[in-house]
Design a protein around this ligand. Structure first.
Ligand code: BGC
Length: 842
């Protein structure tokens, strides 16, 4: 047998999948753009246009770190506009900007090089995960305006972020810089129309809309991947009507964010993050506590108008369906509308949020005057709340109002569910006990609303009423009996063929050395890691795992030495290009001398933008496309989708996640999972499970929260994805939950994930999460975290020791090893290099 196989290409020809996948990325980008303001400014006919700002030419396609994608090319906003026929007349300003941009990069490079001399490995990693802070450009002059010869200008504000650090609450980052403010103000004074565009992965302080009069439109472009510029131009020109909606609340001022000044680095305590807002996250907080957002959850404008009319409600088993007719009431533009259904649950002993999203649906493109019937469906379990006193999920007796509308602050009560008795949906065991009591937020006047929203207590007589009883939702009582070692006889037999040493090799990934030197059998240059190749002789293939979530992150160009060592040519993570020369010599191949291997994958919009489409079909198509690329190159596990909750706008990784809302997050992750896993042998890895809502000190911080918040907010999205789409992988997070590392939590990994939700896939750690001073690798195995990634010899040593000392049982080891063995038998590359076929060589 050859010592490795690779599916990387030996020339860089365009492959058949590239165009269709770009098309999906384009469609998602189109629907991911959210129009926040438009005062008769958009669309703009083609012609001359002035463009300023850091994101015009250097458009950010996605965030940094493991969330990057190494695509062939991404269309910038400038390119997109020019290709669509606009004449951009501010080239002088843009050229000056590029000069400043490049100077900034050189300065950063020098800074990194000099600090590298004294730093340790951990600080190295942190440094390479930093984001380059884009310069803001010079002041715009009267001459620029005269030369631009147009009355319309677009100003693109760009911000970058990524794993390892949170965004800063200052005007370089979360807010406009002084230069940007001055420039935008100048634009409003010198152009008839000024359009501001935000090329930022998650929400931004838009208080400048009040400070600077005369901004005619505000577009949230987000970060849109390979076809972002093309999609932008098509929305700006009116070729396509924007249809994206926000998946987060955008506050008027950061001071409105609950406990915002305690977040991450802001209160100086990076050890403990207390989730004092409890279940009141995002709109659940703003609605309940009557704080008017600048742009509400679910909000986004269109070039046309829609009418949403309620048609009726039905109950079938434990499922409620609401029917509506949506009509395009405009007379010029076609467009799509997103209809949202919220529930205001009865306020009983347990206080609740004012409303929660329970279902949504999006129309097809409707021509002016055209109508479409939509059905919005949800199970009654979406109405439950977790009662800590009885460890059960309940719906309290009373009136539940269903509200239908076009965003969270524009809804109308359409029907009433009469909950005729207290309903108990499920009985659990307690999990993740709080270590130090938390004084969490509790609404004094629950359900009171501000002037924009109807009163929660009102149950209009004339609306449709449906009675709901315990019979509609029979109680499920969970049991927590020890799980069998394997689910089937064959696997038990297969496992017996491996020694304890080999089982330990299986649960510990192939290691960092392997990541760099890549001594694996199935070779995918640039993959984040792989499981051991040392059991090939026993017929166990190594699994290849590669990142997401915005596409498949593998190496664009690399060389593979005769011994199978892969070397990158272009640095895999952008900031790595600042490695000192000596590192580069060691790590990088020589394209002049050696055979170059190519792997071009598709950069899709970041997760936030994907979710802003509110179009699960598109997410499923994206997943399907990613799966096809996995199969093309031999990647069995995609380290995505990311689905942590946007708890705070400053989280450095929000762009990799979908929303502040668990239902929306769960639905989006389910759709992506369905798409990926349609491809034989390709699996997703839901991440980061759970409570990983802060990046600073992510390896040590404890996310402290009540069991109710944990279950209702931070676990709910994962639960929906697991129950609906059967994901085959899941990654635990770096952080602790109430003092226990997530990957050391049997409560989370066995009791909730497997025993309550029925997850039967593979659980892996986040990378190096068991390094010194972090979680215990043996406890990972005992808790149900099957695989330690990327794996190290010290992991193996500590597992061996725990077995010897009796603190880890062989049964627990076997259970984890069995799950990995099962995954290798379902890998997308079999032991003899066949792709996409299930094949066990035992
Ligand atoms: C990230 C994960 C990623 C892993 C492998 C970690 O730093 O937190 O999301 O999948 O690296 O690249």
């Amino acid at each position: 047998m050859k010592n490795y196989i690779t599916y990387a290409k030996t020339d860089d020809r365009v492959l058949p999948y590239e165009e269709p996948h770009r098309r999906i990325a384009y469609l998602a980008a189109l629907e991911g753009i959210v129009l926040l303001e438009n005062h008769d400014a958009l669309p703009i006919p083609s012609g001359k246009i002035a463009m300023y700002g850091s994101g015009v030419e250097h458009t950010i396609k996605g965030g940094t770190g493991s969330g990057e994608v190494n695509e062939r090319h991404s269309v910038s906003i400038l390119e997109g506009m020019e290709a669509a026929g606009y004449e951009v007349t501010t080239k002088k300003w843009l050229d000056d900007y590029t000069e400043e941009y490049e100077t900034g990069l050189k300065e950063l490079e020098a800074k990194i090089k000099s600090s590298l001399k004294k730093l340790d490995i951990q600080s190295y990693l942190t440094m390479f995960l930093q984001s380059y802070l884009y310069p803001f450009g010079r002041l715009i002059t009267e001459q620029d305006v005269t030369d631009s010869d147009t009355d319309t200008c677009i100003y693109v504000v760009a911000r970058q972020s990524g794993e390892g650090s949170d965004r800063k609450l200052e005007n370089q980052d979360f807010q406009l810089s002084d230069t940007e403010k001055t420039n935008i103000r100048f634009c409003t004074q010198h152009y008839k129309k000024t359009i501001v565009v935000l090329n930022i992965g998650s929400s931004f302080d838009t208080s400048f809309m009040e400070e600077i009069p005369g901004i005619d439109a505000l577009v949230y472009f987000c970060q849109l991947g390979t076809a972002g510029g093309t999609a932008f131009a098509d929305v700006i020109s009116g070729k396509v009507t924007p249809s994206g909606k926000l998946t987060d609340t955008w506050v008027s001022s950061y001071s409105d964010v609950p406990y915002g000044m305690d977040y991450s680095y802001l209160n100086g305590d990076l050890e403990n993050e207390n989730y004092l807002e409890d279940i009141y996250v995002g709109y659940r907080y703003y609605d309940t506590f009557r704080i008017t957002p600048r742009y509400p959850f679910g909000y986004g404008l269109s070039y046309t108008t829609f009418d949403i009319r309620y048609q009726g409600i039905e109950k079938s088993g434990d499922t409620i369906s609401v029917r509506v007719i949506v009509k395009n009431t405009g007379d010029t533009y076609s467009g799509k509308e997103i209809v949202q259904l919220y529930a205001s649950c009865p306020q009983g002993n347990l206080k609740k949020e004012y409303q929660r999203l329970v279902a949504f649906a999006k129309t097809d493109t409707l021509e002016p005057g055209q109508e479409e019937i939509l059905t919005l469906t949800f199970p009654l379990s979406y109405l439950t709340s977790y009662n800590e006193a009885s460890a059960s999920t309940i719906i309290e007796k009373g009136t539940c109002l269903l509200r239908i509308g076009s965003h969270s602050r524009q809804t109308e009560v359409c029907a009433v569910l009469n909950i005729t008795e207290d309903i108990c949906a499920s009985v659990h065991k307690h999990i993740c006990p709080v270590q130090t009591p938390l004084e969490v937020l509790y609404p004094e006047a629950p359900g009171e609303t501000d002037s924009e929203t109807p009163d929660v207590t009102e149950a209009p007589e004339e609306k449709d009423h449906l009675d709901i009883t315990q019979e509609d939702l029979p109680t499920v009582t969970f049991t927590y009996d020890e799980l069998p070692v394997t689910g089937n006889q064959k696997l038990t037999e297969d496992l017996k063929k491996l020694t304890v040493k080999e089982r330990i090799q299986l649960v510990v990934g192939a290691g960092l050395k392997d990541m760099l030197m890549n001594e694996s059998y199935v070779k995918v240059p640039g993959a984040a890691g792989n499981t051991t190749s040392s059991l090939l002789k026993k017929g166990v293939v190594n699994l290849v795992l590669a990142d997401g979530p915005a596409g498949l992150r593998i190496q664009r160009r690399s060389t593979i030495g005769r011994n199978g060592t892969a070397k990158m040519i272009d640095m895999q993570i952008d900031m790595m290009k600042y490695f000192p020369e000596i590192f580069k010599k060691l790590l990088c191949g020589n394209p002049e001398k050696d055979q170059v291997y190519y792997q071009y994958t598709t950069a899709f919009p970041v997760a936030t933008a994907m979710a802003q489409t509110w179009n699960p079909d598109l997410l499923e198509q994206m997943g399907q496309a990613v799966g096809e690329e996995m199969l093309e190159y031999g990647v069995s596990f995609w380290l995505a989708p990311g689905m942590n909750i946007h708890r705070n706008p400053l989280c450095g990784r929000n762009f990799e996640y979908y929303s502040e809302d668990p239902l929306l997050s769960g639905k989006m992750a389910s759709a992506v999972t369905r798409g990926v896993q349609k491809n034989q042998g390709c699996s997703v890895t839901l991440k980061h499970f759970c409570g990983n809502n802060q990046e600073n000190n992510r390896n040590h911080v404890s996310s402290n929260m009540t069991e109710r918040a944990l279950r209702e907010i931070y676990l709910r999205g994962f639960e929906i994805a697991v129950r609906e789409s059967h994901p085959k992988g899941l990654m635990t997070s770096y952080n602790k939950i109430n003092g226990t590392y997530a990957n050391n939590s049997k409560d989370l990994l066995t009791h909730v994930l497997r025993q309550e939700w029925g997850f039967d896939g593979l659980v892996m750690t986040d990378w190096t999460a068991t390094a010194k001073g972090q979680s215990d690798p043996a406890v990972c195995i005992a808790s149900g975290n099957d695989l330690l990634m990327p794996g190290s010899s010290s992991d193996k040593k500590r597992i061996r020791k725990a077995i010897k000392e009796g603190t880890l049982t062989r049964r627990d080891l076997n259970r984890c090893a069995g799950r990995i063995l099962a995954a290798t038998q379902n890998a997308c590359v079999s032991i003899d290099g066949e792709k996409g076929t299930y094949k066990s060589d035992f």
